[in-house]
Design a protein around this ligand. Structure first.
Ligand code: DX5
Ligand code: ZN
Length: 221
């Protein structure tokens, strides 16, 4: 697998032409589709469910789909998203009554599993589950909306998460979500991230390929 993965967040895509716009972001060089699920309960916004994910698969999207669950409760949606075609499923630990059980459920359904940390959620949730994780996702904004600014304190937290991953010896991706742009992606990578969600930075421009190429060039510097 690539050293760095770019995950366009389709939260900022054109929902009236979602299949087409998603395919366009992948053709422009996106590696993974980031799929934000919001429930108007855990976060104050409402987005997409498993039917929309299934529709993307039926449309012909074959790239990995990274389902970011911003929902409470968590477990009832895991089988539905897995059956709809999710590749990765991540959830916020404080939204699950039984974190270990939720992680196991994701694995039982054949998906890769991860935990998501809000800016003020402590990394201590990692303590007893490192062996069950494929991804750690650090939010660099408060979840709920695209187009917010990157919270600088995330850089220290990324360094801490990178250290934990390296010390654990497990093969775990370190993903960052929120406010990632061409002008800060290099600094975010230097802090230890290797998977980058970008919504408004990509879909807010007419030339997706240029943004994605610019991001890759920054990562190669
Ligand atoms: C926010 C979502 C993000 C969002 C990022 O709650 O989890 O994935 O789409 O959007 P940008 O890249 O615009 O900050
Ligand atoms: Zn997200």
């Amino acid at each position: 697998m690539k050293q760095f993965l770019l995950a366009p967040s389709i939260l900022s895509a054109d929902f009236a032409r979602l299949g087409e716009d998603t395919a366009k972001a992948l053709a422009a060089g996106g590696d993974v589709v980031h799929f934000d699920v919001m429930d108007n309960h855990y976060v104050p916004n409402l987005t997409m469910g498993p039917m929309v994910l299934k529709a993307l698969r039926d449309y012909g999207i074959t790239a990995p789909i990274d389902v970011h669950l911003m929902v409470k409760p968590v477990d009832s949606l895991i089988p539905q998203f897995a059956e709809a075609g999710a590749s990765f499923i991540t959830f916020h630990p404080e939204a699950s009554e039984h974190i270990d059980r939720s992680l196991q459920l994701i694995k039982e359904y054949g998906c890769k599993a991860g935990l998501v940390f809000n800016p003020a959620t402590p990394l201590s949730y990692l303590d007893y589950v490192m062996d069950k994780l494929d991804i750690i996702l650090l939010m660099s904004v408060n979840p709920g909306f695209g187009g917010q600014s990157f919270i600088p304190g995330t850089l220290d937290k990324l360094r801490e998460a990178r250290k934990r991953i390296d010390e654990s010896g497990y093969d775990i991706r370190l993903e960052v979500d929120g406010g990632v742009k061409v002008d800060n992606i290099a600094e975010i990578a230097a802090a230890g991230a290797d998977m980058f969600v970008a919504g408004s930075a990509i879909f807010g421009q007419s030339d997706y390929k240029k943004v994605i190429n610019d991001m890759r060039n920054e990562l190669e510097k």
